[in-house]
Structure formats: C-alpha cells, structure tokens
Design a binder for this molecule. Structure first.
Ligand code: MG
Length: 512
C-alpha cells in the first residue's frame, strides 16, 4: 500500500491563510448558511428516489436550501476517497478494492461512484448556503488508516477551497480530534452518543450529533450543550413526532431522510410562531412519572361530582410511564367506599405558569362511564375557592359521547353550577384510537383552545374584573381520569369495563 505522507509545511500554508475570523471571512465570500436546521442525510435522496450519497442527491439538498447535506467518506485500497455509506460497494469491500475496479458498476441513476474530489467540486457549484457535512467513516482495517482518511480528507477540502463550506462528523472520537488538530478553525461534531456535551466541549470539538434517542435518554444533555455553546444535532429523524420534539427543544441541526417533511413541520411548529419551550415531559423514563415534575391529588371523596374512583398516590397500577408514554389507568377495584382506582396527576415545582401555550398529545380511553380530563387550576386561589379563581379545561371527554371533546372555562360569573360556563365541543371521531394534540394558548386578553392546531373556541377578557376573568394568576396542569360522576356517569357506567387507559405522549409548555 502506498504510504501517505502529509507535508506539514503545506498544511500550515493552507491553513495560514485563514487569519480572519471564520464568520467574517465567510461573509466576504458570500456564504450565508440557510437559517433552517435541515441537514439532508446522505443528500436529499428519498422523495425523488435518487441513490443515497449521489451527486444528484447533494444537488437536490442544495436546491431545497437545506442548511447542510451529509455524505460518507471511505478510502479505497489505492487511497482514493470515495462517497459511500457501507464499507462495501456492490459486495466489494471498498478498503480492499482499487478505485478502478469499484467504478465498473455505476450508481442506480447512472452516476459513477463519486470521489470526494468530484463531490466537493459539485457541492461548491451554485451553493453559498448549504454546508457540506462530511462524515469520515472509521477504517475497518485499522485505527491508523482512519487517521489517514482524516488527513487526506482535510487536505483535499483545503486544496479545493471548500473549508468554509465544510463541517466534519465522525463516530470515531480520535478522527474528530485529528480533524480539529489539522484544522483548528473547522467545525467538528461527534456522532457516537457516549459522551456528554461537557466532555465533547472539553475535548475541543464543536458539537454533538447523536441519535435522537440519546437525547431522550439524556434530556439534560440538551441544556448542557446550549450552556457549553456547542452545536446540537440529531440523526436520523424521519417522523413528524420526533421532528416536532427536536424543534421544540431548539436543535440547531436535525439530520433527516425527509427534508421536505421537516420543512413542513418547521412552518407548523410552536417555535416558528415565537414560542419558547419552558417546561416539558416527553415521558421517556420507565416506571412512575418523574416526581420532580408530577405530584398527585389523592383520595376518593367524589371530588364534588359524585365520581366513583379513588385516586392513588404514586401507584404504578394507576400511573405508569412505559415505552415513551404516560398511562393513567382506571381499574375496577374497591378502595374504601370507591369502586375504581385511578390517578390524578398535577404538575409541581416549577410546573405552573402565567400565560403561555400548553400542549398535550393524548389518546383517550373508551367505555361508558370514563371521564378523562386535561385541565388547569390556579395555584394560589387568589380570588377564593372554586370557581372564583378560575378553571381552564383544555380537553374533557365522556365515554358515552366518545366522538366529541370539550374545552371550557369556569369563573365566578361563568360556571356549570349556575349553568353559565363557557364551553364548546369539537367532533373528533378517533380520539380513542389516535393521538391528538390538545392545546391552549393563553394571554392577558384571551384564551384559545385548539385540537390538532385547529382553533375552535376562544374566551375573551371582558375587562370587568376577576368574576369574569381571574386568569391573571399562575395556573398548573392536571391530568386525570375520573369514573362515573355527574357528567361521566350520566348514562351509567359499563359494568363490564374493568380497565380504561388514557395515554399521554408528551406535555409541552411554551411562553413568549
Ligand atoms: Mg453518515
């Protein structure tokens, strides 16, 4: 094998030209990266059925104005750098096959297997806004060869004048460090998900680019990366639910096979409307709900509505987080004078807010007699006991009328006891089989209720005082499932109903 020697003097010369801060220099060169977070994974290949890692997919990512287009770099037996994800190309091991042999078979669109040189040259044509996200694949032959691939890639990027367009990523921490050593001004993100942002920052790197499940397991790493001022990137994010979560959490980059879908989600996201996430639970732990975030209302007094359940405290039979969702479970079982057990969770600690947007993704229980609710009560009861200090019901549903969800507002002047509550129903035929997003937006002038981002009910501040508008105080969130009661039990309770579950995918609270 050819021995590769990188001339240190040449590298110093190449890097020496970059004395101006990278940003100023970029501006001079007319480079302004697209302000969206979209990194097309292996180029924008999927929707148009282009081959992954092809020049066509790179060009399409640039045409879509993605902020980055990612590609994978490997090295052939004769030290050519080529673009391919797997260590094999048409069953030939890339590292053990000469370049001339590999290119005998074209890509599915007729393109020749791209070299890094052609890829970078194409990536710089008509492109001043899409980063070239260069993944250096570790060598399957040796650690040393991985270092050599890094050296050669960095040298070529500089030779072609692509340094300011290029960002590097690798699963191999030593390759990341090597790139940074060769080009201290470049931007390098680590992929492997096994180091905290603090450690990555201390190692001199510029970002963490981890599988999104790593951030679900370590939500504290999101805040840590922001504190450390290093970039947050997640791969490979292909569903709306995952995209929404990352957007809500302010990820700078999101690496995806579906850049078109991500473009749509960005338009719809709360973040795009100026909302900032201030509190959330994605329910990614297992077992009881996080006790830093949730407390319980306990007991079986009927709760003012002749309800049948006893609400338990921290009992996983009634409140359980599993497989990414919270389940509130009502069981037919005797407890004191009650015939069911269930749970009523309340946000605690920092879990109360004055104004904002509260969104809860939930799938409702089914069965005559169930009465699930997502709602808000005042924390300090400044204007007196219920209903004077107010109540906001984001979603209520009763089992005998499964196709309608309701939002309501209760105040001293407007409440159900005197028949003056302000309420509105929304027809939703699959509330019991699909997750829907129930949300409230609340400011000093009005309260708006949404189902799946469709506004269906607004309540305005009349300015006539707390009797009509007590909503100028902090409110907290409640999630519960009642059984029976004045409303839920109006048509009786199904005798055969032994168990009913409300499932909550996430709770997110935003403020402006
Ligand atoms: Mg890759």
């Amino acid at each position: 094998m050819k021995q590769f020697l990188f001339p240190a003097a040449l590298l110093a010369f190449l890097l020496g030209g970059c004395s101006a801060p990278a940003k100023t220099q970029r501006a001079k060169e007319g480079i302004t990266f697209a302000s969206n977070p979209i990194v097309a994974h292996r180029g924008a290949f999927k929707k148009n059925r282009l081959p992954e890692n092809s020049i066509a997919s790179l060009k399409h990512a640039i045409a879509l104005n993605c902020t980055g287009s990612e590609f994978d770099v490997q090295m052939t037996a004769d030290d050519s750098l080529v673009i391919n994800h797997d260590p094999h190309y048409n069953k030939l091991p890339i590292e053990k096959t000469p370049y001339a042999e590999l290119i005998k078979t074209p890509l599915s669109n007729g393109e020749q297997l791209p070299t890094l040189r052609t890829y970078l040259l194409e990536g710089m044509k008509n492109n001043r806004s899409t980063r070239l996200v260069l993944e250096i694949k570790p060598s399957v032959i040796s650690k040393e060869r991985g270092q050599l691939i890094a050296q050669r890639a960095v040298a070529l990027v500089h030779e072609l004048g692509a340094a300011r367009m290029t960002v590097y990523i690798s699963f191999d921490y030593d390759i990341c460090k090597k790139v940074k050593e060769l080009d201290p001004k470049t931007h390098v993100q680590y992929l492997n998900g096994d180091k905290s942002p603090e450690v990555v920052k201390a190692g001199g790197l510029d970002g963490v680019d981890y599988h999104y499940s790593v951030f679900q397991k370590h939500p504290e790493w999101i805040a840590q990366a922001k504190q450390q001022h290093i970039a947050l990137n997640a791969w490979t994010v292909n569903t709306a639910a995952e995209m929404d979560w990352l957007l809500a959490n302010g990820f700078e980059f999101i690496t995806t096979n579906e850049p078109e879908l991500l473009t749509e989600r960005i338009k719809k996201t709360s973040a795009a409307k100026g909302w900032k996430l201030v509190w959330s639970d994605e329910f990614n732990n297992n077992g009881l709900p996080d006790d830093h975030k949730w407390g319980y209302d306990v007991g079986g007094s009927g709760w003012g509505n002749r309800e049948l359940q006893y609400y338990t405290k921290a009992d996983s039979n009634n409140a359980l987080v599993k497989d990414g969702t919270l389940r509130i479970i009502a069981h037919k079982e005797k407890r004191e004078q009650n015939t069911y057990t269930s749970a009523r969770l309340i946000t605690k600690g920092k879990g109360d807010w004055l104004y904002g947007r509260v969104e809860v993704s939930a799938k409702l229980p089914a069965g005559r007699g169930v009465w699930p609710a997502i709602w808000m009560l005042p924390t300090d009861w400044k204007y007196g006991g219920w209903p004077a200090s107010g109540e906001m019901d984001i979603m209520e549903n009763v089992g005998y009328n499964p196709d309608t969800v309701f939002s309501s507002v209760h105040t001293k002047s407007f409440n159900h006891v005197i028949g003056t509550q302000k309420t509105k129903g929304f027809f939703l035929k699959d509330a019991g089989t699909a997750f829907h997003l129930y949300a409230v937006e609340w400011n000093k002038d009005q309260i708006d209720f949404f189902v799946d981002d469709r506004l269906f009910f607004s309540f305005k501040n009349t300015g006539k005082g707390f009797e009509e508008w007590p909503f100028d105080q902090k409110f907290h969130l409640l999630l519960n499932m009642a059984m029976g009661g004045n409303w839920g039990g109006k048509m009786g309770v199904d005798e055969k109903l032994d168990r009913a579950v409300m499932e909550v995918d996430y709770v997110r609270v935003f403020q402006k």
